[in-house]
Design a protein around this ligand. Structure first.
Ligand code: LFR
Length: 467
């Protein structure tokens, strides 16, 4: 039985066909396409038409190769949404969360909803990238477009709408918006009111692991559209092999480092707020309290700068240089806001350690890559210490999924920093999690067998801490 996962990351999208055969998932990446936010009319913008054309082309190709495919589900990165008119057509191009408009309107936002009030109302860490902040900026900077807006769909739900004609607000993605009550089972009307965001732009939160309806795109009518987990990180944690006897700590490691733990209830203490914890939802009815840490984006941006300067930028080569480079003995804090912004990253990294007395101008590419990876590992150590203090449950291992699981140096540095084994893999965790959830939703996989199927499918590597 085959399910099709549309997994859209902020630098590439992929369409994956996953077939359950002999207790494991046979995954075929049918199509992969790079994409990137660009400035259009002064705003950092996604090319939604391009992404949609790639999704349709990928699904058609997948369906012709896997004519017995039964379902499709879309997951995307978090917090972005699409503002639509009465006819469900975008009013403005899809805005990207890294745009600085929310920094410009942050003071006004806070005067309407303080950080503490936002946390109390949502259980979500206040952050300028949140959907709430983006819509507030939209209302302030583009009042004309806002006046023409009748509906707002979260990004994966926009593509689900294009596939099925059905509207909804998927819980896992809605949870990261900063617009839901803690636990993310409903939107919090008080937040809308405080910020002046029209409540009727949104409907009710849609529970996931649910069926949406038949696909209405020509040639794909045999597929059933489902909500398998609209947020990529929610899908990724669905592909996590759970040890029910222990807390499951995870690190979903891509452009972002999403470090968290699986729980049924949100963690809402004062300490959780002060540490910057955020309570996001899983595709099933559970939660995933976590820290959103700026992750391999820092390295990706360095690679971009080096490529533009005609220097080596191949990741395998860079890691080899980093392995040969000595540790500088200092790290920087990836949470600092300058590391979340595009461009000029090599200089930002140099500046950060120059302040520590390092001769920054002399740093080689290998030095910089090692410094970035050691800084991430140090941040993960602090994050696991904070999470275990909040849950009261020790971490005995860390499951590290996503693209970063292929970075052996990062995995080893993380195991060394944490002093516990790191179980690296699966690499394409979001697509695998989507396929698993889809097979469960359509009745082709018993959730009780999920762990065994993950074990038979995922190629995991264990990194033990250096003693
Ligand atoms: C990862 C991710 C994170 C979210 C970030 C921004 O792709 O979805 O979970 O915090 O992107 O949306």
């Amino acid at each position: 039985m085959t399910a099709l996962a549309v997994d859209l990351g902020s630098s590439s999208g992929r369409i994956v066909a996953g077939t359950l055969i002999d207790g494991r998932i046979d995954e075929v990446e049918v199509r992969r396409f790079p994409h990137q936010a660009r400035f259009v009319d002064g705003y950092l913008t996604w090319d939604l038409d391009f992404i949609w054309s790639e999704v349709v082309a990928g699904l058609r190709e997948a369906f012709s190769r896997f004519p017995h495919a039964v379902s499709v589900s879309v997951d995307t990165w978090g917090v972005d949404s699409v503002c639509l008119d009465d006819d469900f057509k975008p009013v403005v191009p899809g805005r990207a969360y890294r745009d600085e408009r929310t920094i410009r309107t942050h003071t006004a936002f806070r005067s309407r909803l303080s950080d503490e009030a936002a946390w109390a109302a949502t259980g979500i860490a206040p952050a300028t990238i949140n959907t709430a902040n983006q819509l507030f900026a939209y209302l302030h900077e583009e009042p004309g477009a806002a006046a023409d807006t009748a509906h707002v769909l979260l990004l994966p739900d926009y593509f689900t709408y294009l596939l099925s004609g059905q509207v909804g607000w998927s819980r896992s993605h809605a949870s990261s918006s900063g617009l839901c009550a803690p636990g993310a089972n409903e939107f919090n009307d008080e937040v809308f009111e405080a910020l002046g965001i029209p409540r009727d732009w949104f409907g009710d939160v849609s529970p996931e692991h649910s069926v949406v309806g038949p696909c209405t795109v020509e040639g794909l009518e045999h597929l059933t559209v489902v909500r398998a987990g609209a947020h990529d990180t929610a899908c990724a944690v669905h592909a996590l092999q759970r040890d029910v006897t222990q807390e499951s700590y995870f690190l979903s490691c891509g452009s972002w480092s999403v470090l968290g733990v699986l729980r049924d209830e949100p963690l809402l203490s004062r300490a959780a707020y002060e540490l910057g914890l955020t309570n996001e939802a899983r595709g099933d009815s559970g939660l995933r309290p976590l820290f959103n840490i700026t992750g391999l984006w820092i390295l990706q941006e360095c690679q971009r700068q080096w490529r533009e300067a005609g220097q080596s930028h191949d990741i395998v080569e860079l890691i080899r240089m980093a392995e040969a480079a000595p540790s500088l003995g200092v790290t920087f804090n990836p949470d600092e806001p300058q590391f979340a912004l595009p461009e000029g990253m090599v200089d930002r990294v140099r500046d950060a350690v120059a302040a520590e007395g390092v001769d920054a101008a002399a740093l080689s590419q290998g030095d910089i890559v090692r410094l970035v990876l050691e800084s991430l590992a140090a941040r993960y150590k602090r994050g696991i210490e904070d999470l275990t203090a909040l849950t009261g449950a020790p971490a005995t291992q860390l499951n590290l999924m996503g693209g970063g699981s292929r970075n052996a140096l990062l995995c080893q540095l993380t195991a060394d920093a944490l002093g516990i084994p790191v179980i690296a893999g699966p690499n394409e965790a979001s697509a695998l999690g989507s396929v698993l959830a889809q097979l469960e939703i359509t009745g082709h996989l018993d959730p009780a067998e999920r762990n065994d199927v993950i074990g038979a499918t995922a190629h995991t590597v264990e990194y033990r801490p250096a003693s």
